[in-house]
Ligand binder design. Structure first.
Ligand SMILES: NC(=O)c1ccc[n+]([C@@H]2O[C@H](COP(=O)([O-])OP(=O)(O)OC[C@H]3O[C@@H](n4cnc5c(N)ncnc54)[C@H](OP(=O)(O)O)[C@@H]3O)[C@@H](O)[C@H]2O)c1
Length: 330
């Protein structure tokens, strides 16, 4: 298997480390593999015989950027390889740059594994059709809930079930802030500032706290598991920035907490703060993600797991890679 890694940030480097450290284990599952290209926003490196990933990681660490031997566009348009790991930044409005990378690969019959929500939110059906037409596969477990299994869980383990609805916590940053508001009854702004200092919230937290990230994941899950053709604009969205310690106090007195819940059913897609009974499985704490999947045969199935992180997200990407090789599981 010849692999190209497009995007070499936190997730791209996490995948590279796993490909190095678990080589002999992974060889048993996917056969021999080599990474023939790695790119970032400034450039990239390639070697048809396989790059020394340790060296590539070291160059990126020391210099911040990869040498300008090849660009991402050249890789996806011209280079010969079997699987593209597309891990560039998410843009839910244009889907770029990932949308172009994924389209180019699928057109050429090259399989894609991605953690990038943007292309799937903007063009889910188009990309699935393109993959089918060209006998390629597009795998995207890492786009929804990091290490928490959702897509393959529903498609493989719950195969034969109709997914009636999904409801859960799809943003770890919001869940961290709300968990602390519940426990400490402190104002939102104060906890947000601390979360920024800890690196749990971005300097500009809009994407997380306004429910954009959770909404994007909800669109992907609804389209992939419920056969919808939803767009990001279809998501009714309320963020967490107006929540007060008083609201938590009243909720707690009545046996509830408040969590940012993403929910999709046949009637609506919605991301909003909701009251959750304190003993409910979705009353989770810290940066965890959780999802309740309602099915016609199996009833309700719950998953909880780490929704982000370099190696955690790599876990979902590696499982997709193995799936491409060994199972029909999408
Ligand atoms: N981090 C997580 O825990 C997590 C979890 C689930 C999903 N995701 C998603 O996974 C993707 C990657 O996340 P990340 O945390 O690794 O982001 P990141 O650290 O910001 O890395 C993004 C990488 O993409 C590169 N890049 C930007 N434009 C590019 C282009 N045109 N061609 C090639 N490379 C380009 C950047 O280059 P430079 O290095 O030159 O800036 C950087 O290496 C995002 O879509 C994110 O939403 C992340």
């Amino acid at each position: 298997m010849r692999i190209a890694i497009v995007g070499f940030g936190s997730v791209g480097r996490g995948v590279a480390k796993v490909l190095i450290e678990k080589r002999s284990y992974l060889r048993n599952l996917i056969g021999d593999y080599r990474v023939v290209a790695v790119t970032d926003s400034k450039g990239g490196v390639y070697d048809e015989n396989g790059l020394d990933l340790r060296k590539v990681l070291e160059i990126k660490r020391r210099k911040g950027s990869l040498p300008e031997e090849i660009t991402s566009i050249e890789v996806v348009r011209d280079l010969d390889f079997d699987v593209c790991i597309e891990v560039t930044p998410t843009n839910v409005e244009s889907g770029e740059p990932g949308l172009t990378h994924i389209r180019e690969c699928l057109k050429r019959g090259i399989d894609v594994v991605t953690s990038n929500k943007g292309p799937l939110v903007v063009a889910f059906r188009e990309l699935m059709d393109l993959a089918e037409k060209n006998d390629a596969r597009l795998m995207f477990e890492a786009t929804v809930g990091g290490a928490m299994p959702v897509i393959k869980l529903a498609k493989v383990d719950l195969a034969g079930n109709e997914i009636i609805s999904v409801k859960g916590i799809l943003n770890g940053t919001c869940n961290y802030i709300l968990s602390r508001m519940e426990k400490e009854l402190l104002p939102y702004e104060m906890i947000l500032e601390e979360a920024k200092e800890l690196g749990i919230a971005e300097r500009d937290p809009t994407y997380d706290v306004e429910g954009i990230d959770a909404g994007a994941k909800l669109v992907i899950i609804a389209n992939a598991l419920m056969g919808l053709n939803a767009k990001f604009e279809d998501v009714e969205r309320v963020g967490i920035s107006d929540l007060t310690p008083e609201a938590f106090k009243v909720a707690l007195e009545n046996g509830y907490t408040i969590r940012l819940i993403a929910e999709a059913n046949r009637e609506y897609l919605r991301v909003s703060p909701r009251l959750i009974p304190l003993n409910h499985p979705l009353a989770i704490y810290g940066t965890l993600n959780a999802l309740e999947i309602e099915t016609d045969l199996a009833g309700e199935v719950f998953v909880i797991g780490k929704g982000a992180g370099s190696v955690e997200t790599a876990s979902a990407i590696i499982s997709d890679l193995i799936c491409l090789k060994s199972l029909r599981c999408s």
